[in-house]
Write a new protein. Structure first.
Length: 76
């Protein structure tokens, strides 16, 4: 009986840890960091491939401030 409780507890803790690691809603804030130019299609494609949200304004690509580290990691 004790073994079943321990196994069940481990499963519950694993489920909680997995749900905490999901990326949904990972980035917040305004799109205020100039990341590149629309003239270079690789910039926007790399951001899309890595699920990093971006906006384009006046031919420039903007990302959220808290996405800069992830964008740097995947796109440089």
């Amino acid at each position: 009986m004790k073994r079943k409780i321990i196994i069940f507890s481990c499963l519950v803790l694993t489920a909680i840890a997995m749900s905490a690691c999901q990326q949904q809603g990972k980035y917040t804030g305004e799109f205020n960091v100039n990341w590149g130019s629309e003239d270079i299609p690789e910039h926007s494609q790399r951001l899309e491939d890595n699920n990093i949200p971006y906006e384009t304004r006046d031919g420039k690509i903007f990302i959220q401030e808290d996405a800069v580290n992830d964008a740097t990691e995947c796109c440089t």
